[in-house]
Design a binder for this molecule. Structure first.
Ligand code: FAD
Length: 398
């Protein structure tokens, strides 16, 4: 009996793979390819169009419940999905925060109304989300934040400022962490709100990064009215909801990063094949071969660690502090990966990403500069090491 059902499962996994592979072959077209010269808003528009196409065909939210527009598929099929996306060099989706952080948080602690209202539009990319946690004086120690929300009748009135908000000026909604009890210890006075970015009193000012791109923003809230129905979880218990989001950011996000790594590794191998050193293909250089082999091993190890974490999540558990190990691993691995590409380009690597002479339209120059932020965003490497030391290894508090 068991072996028959396993056989049936394998057959359905195979047909899932064949169906997806055929769909990708027919639908990954140049109109969904971003160009280096595009502005961030133009890139988001391309990503949105691609995600809409995935949604209409039922190829997004693979593990999400069917009632909210997902596919309700198994972890095995999610894994197959990732592999096929990498194999097809599939474009990026638009709603990275919505898909990887907001959706899983609302699924875990949201009300039935919040699930029905927000989840399908996260999948279709009709509504893009941002995460308003960090403030000018609250980054690693985010619980010390000062943005305030005071209840007045059936809504809260929010005042304050956020910073480094990715997608902040293109987003439709924000998950906003605010202080609602001003007397309680810092972790006990926070609440977690959903804020419509079109509400009167919300303004967003783009911040330009060293890549030259404005991917994130400063957000300002001046007497912004937020309905009480937009509270996620309980009043003053927002810290636990925020931890749920952060654990998904550190652990769950790793699952989708595997696709990027597989694609990037492939591009790096092609770069080594096409570059020359002393008249020979650089791929023949023993040191380069060793570094590529090491990166290949690291990507595969990262993938296995992520699978182990996802297996825990698929059994209904939170990602857990072990997600910090994954966050450390992917951020530092990505920096090593793009550093090798940078070295292989030799003197060309010093050209600005938008220079006409920059190889591959300045792709590696851009990636090199962007990767510096990897060990800061979603919590710095120092903070991840503290979490691993104290909460995974059980070492004494520093
Ligand atoms: C590309 C990018 C995207 C981002 N997107 C978002 C977003 O969408 N939403 C959002 O809310 N935030 C976002 N952030 C902000 C990010 O979460 C913070 O920058 C990060 O948490 C660090 O906070 P901070 O910048 O205030 O640095 P600080 O907390 O001031 O840290 C400064 C330095 O001190 C170290 N340090 C701090 N505390 C400790 C400690 N206890 N032990 C050892 N060392 C310590 C840090 O590691 C760091 O090196 C983004 C950041 C980047 C770079």
């Amino acid at each position: 009996m068991t072996s028959i059902s396993q056989e049936q499962q394998a057959t359905s996994d195979e047909s899932f793979q064949a169906e997806l592979r055929a769909w990708l072959a027919a639908n990954v077209t140049d109109e969904f390819r971003e160009k280096r010269t595009m502005t961030f808003q133009e890139k988001v528009a391309v990503r949105r169009a691609w995600q809409k196409k995935l949604f209409e065909a039922g190829w997004i939210g693979i593990g999400w419940p069917r009632e909210y527009g997902g596919r309700g598929a198994s972890l095995m099929q999610e894994t197959i999905y990732n592999e096929e996306m990498a194999r097809a060099q599939a474009p990026s989706t638009a709603n990275v925060i919505g898909l990887n952080m907001v959706g899983p948080t609302i699924l875990a602690v949201g009300t039935a109304e919040q699930k029905a209202r927000y989840l399908p539009k996260i999948l279709s990319a009709e509504e893009i989300w941002c995460q308003g946690f960090s403030e000018p004086n609250a980054g690693s120690d985010v619980a010390s934040l000062q943005t305030r929300a005071v209840r007045e009748g059936d809504h809260f009135v929010v005042n304050g400022q956020k910073v480094w908000t990715s997608y902040g000026y293109v987003a439709d909604f924000c998950i906003l962490l605010v202080r609602t009890d001003f007397e309680a210890p810092k972790h006990k006075g926070l609440s977690y709100l959903i804020v419509d970015m079109k509400s009167p009193g919300v303004s967003a000012k783009p911040l330009v990064q060293m890549t030259g791109e404005a991917e994130f923003a400063e957000l300002f809230f001046e007497n912004v009215k937020v309905p009480v129905a937009n509270l996620v979880g309980e009043l003053n218990k927002g810290w636990m909801v925020a931890i749920t989001t952060l654990m998904h950011e550190r652990g769950g996000l790793s699952f989708s990063i595997i696709v990027t790594f597989e694609q990037r590794l492939q591009a790096l191998i092609e770069l080594s094949r096409s570059s020359t050193l002393n008249g020979k293909p650089v791929l023949e250089d023993p040191q380069v071969r060793q570094r590529l082999a090491r990166l290949y091993t690291d990507v595969k190890t990262f993938k296995l660690n992520t699978m182990s974490q996802m297996s825990t999540v698929s059994q209904g558990h939170l990602p857990g502090p072990e997600g910090s190990l994954l966050k450390l691993q992917w951020s530092e691995l990505n920096q090593r990966l793009v550093e090798l590409a940078f070295e292989l380009e030799g003197p060309f690597s010093s050209l600005a990403p938008d220079s006409v002479d920059a190889p591959f339209e300045g792709r590696w120059q851009y990636e090199y500069l962007r990767a510096r932020g990897n060990t800061i965003e979603a919590g710095t490497s120092e903070v991840q090491r503290n979490i691993v030391a104290e909460r995974v290894l059980g070492l004494p508090h520093a």
